[in-house]
Design a protein around this ligand. Structure first.
Ligand code: BG6
Length: 456
């Protein structure tokens, strides 16, 4: 008989589980990829919400889901874990923590203590936010390592499950035309943005504790930065790929708390505190400028930008190239645009290359910006799978390539820790109007460097 699996979803009646995890598991299961899946335990409090979701799922898969009333903080609740694991000897046990961050440690310790008693193979999947700052991330890693080996730990960053982000590595490392110019000699700056039009969407209590820097920059945007900046791995293997990402994070120039204003800007949309129902200086917008101190990237700024209630939903990475020396446009007295290569991750999934061309009016006309675009879905004739489907499939298969390793998680906290400290002591957050591109300070921040924000 093939391998058997049990998956326990902590927070199994929550929003993420209902919106993403069950549909993704269903797709994998119905597609014949999880033949050994025996049961899906939905651990939580509110059965009603789960019942609604079950109605939308296919019977064959829904039958595997069992609701288990569960209180994460009550040790007694964990008996059910022991009972179920005992009745499936040899089955691999996957624990998926989709919980509020303050419950992670308790869940890890109690679960770890139960599983220790059984020989079953196990995996521990931890959703973000992985920690609240450097110290808590270290503590979380410490607790995890008491009960699980690094090979058993899957720290999720759902951005890594997105095909257009994985595509960055494929485009970089299989095209001479790009890789040959992928360095400080040809690239002026790199902009990684995740701008959103939505606001709090019922997540106020989570979001207000966290803010844009922790919610998006520390994890999602930093991961995109790693893919853009890393060296090619020596072999296609989870450890070698993650080693290269770690090297990038270790090479990011550190700055002290007193220098933060030169490297970061924040903002809060007007109306945020009204929506929240109390005062708050949590940022809903953040920009961070990072430098990677190595041969390839010395002096090239990486601008990471994110915010809620902005003008457009756009997740993309744009590589802005330097101006050509003796630029033809300048010789003609025009203001030339720079070449740009963009990886659009949302709302579309495109790779776009912007370059200069002569318009039909003739040689003496200003070169015009023109675009070569590849829409991934159209080009390949299929839409990419949902990020969670890819990641869940990898967890079952035991492939850790697209998961965050312990050292990665701590290094990225280390980079932003001075910003956290500085912003905590200064309550003065610039406001911005919803529907704009963020506070005036963000525009001035990049303009001071002689650059501007690009949206492709
Ligand atoms: C989540 C953040 O991790 O990512 C949210 O907590 C954010 O605040 C979301 O909206 C964005 O992800 P996506 O896949 O919807 O672009």
């Amino acid at each position: 008989m093939g391998k058997e699996y049990l998956i326990f979803i902590f927070g199994g009646t929550g929003d993420l589980a209902r919106r993403k995890l069950y549909p993704s598991l269903q797709n994998l299961y119905m597609g014949g990829k999880l033949k050994g899946l025996r049961k899906v335990y939905a651990l939580g409090r509110d059965r009603g919400k789960l019942d609604e979701t079950l109605k939308e799922l296919e019977d064959k898969f829904a039958r595997l889901i069992e609701f288990v009333p569960f209180n994460v903080e009550d040790k007694e609740s964990y008996r059910v874990l022991a009972k179920e694991v005992e009745s499936f000897p040899g089955a691999e046990v996957i624990i998926y923590l989709s919980l509020p961050p303050q419950l992670f440690e308790t869940a890890i310790v109690y679960t770890g203590a139960v599983l220790k008693r059984f020989p079953n193979p196990r995996k521990m999947v931890v959703e973000k936010p992985f920690g609240f700052d450097l110290e808590s991330a270290r503590r979380l890693n410490f607790q995890l390592k008491r009960y699980f080996t690094e090979k058993e730990i899957y720290r999720i960053d759902h951005f890594l499950g997105k095909v257009p982000i994985q595509n960055i590595l494929s485009v970089r490392f299989s095209n001479y035309i790009f890789e040959g110019i992928w360095n400080k000699n040809f690239i002026d700056n790199i902009q990684i943005s995740a701008t959103e039009t939505l606001g709090l969407e019922g997540r106020a209590s989570y979001y207000d504790r966290v803010g844009a820097l922790r919610d998006m920059v520390q994890n999602h945007l930093m991961q995109i930065l790693c893919f853009l900046a890393m060296e090619p791995p020596a072999v296609m293997d989870a450890e070698r790929i993650r080693d290269e990402k770690v090297k990038v994070l270790a090479s990011v120039r550190r700055f002290g708390r007193e220098e933060v204003d030169r490297f970061a800007v924040r903002g809060q949309y007007s109306g945020y505190t009204h929506e929240l129902g109390r005062d708050s200086n949590t940022e809903t917008f953040a920009v961070v400028k990072l430098f990677i101190e190595n041969f390839r990237w010395e002096g090239v700024p990486f601008y990471l930008r994110t915010g809620k209630k902005l003008k457009e939903k756009k997740t993309e990475a744009v590589i802005v190239f330097r101006e050509v020396p003796g630029n033809f446009g300048r010789l003609l007295g025009c203001t030339p645009d720079r070449n740009k290569l963009a990886f659009e991750i949302a709302p579309g999934t495109r790779v776009v290359f912007r370059f200069q061309m002569m318009p039909p009016t003739g040689l003496l006309a200003c070169p015009m910006e023109s675009s070569m675009e590849i829409d991934l879905a159209k080009h390949f004739g299929q839409s990419p799978p949902e990020a969670y489907e890819t990641l869940l499939g990898d967890i079952f298969e035991g492939d850790q390539t697209l998961f965050i390793r312990e050292d990665e998680s701590e290094l990225s906290w280390e980079i932003i820790q001075p910003i956290i400290d500085r912003w905590k002591e200064d309550p003065d957050v610039p406001l911005y109007k919803p529907g704009t591109w963020g506070p005036r300070e963000a525009r001035e921040f990049i303009e001071k460097d002689g650059r501007k924000w690009v949206v492709v």
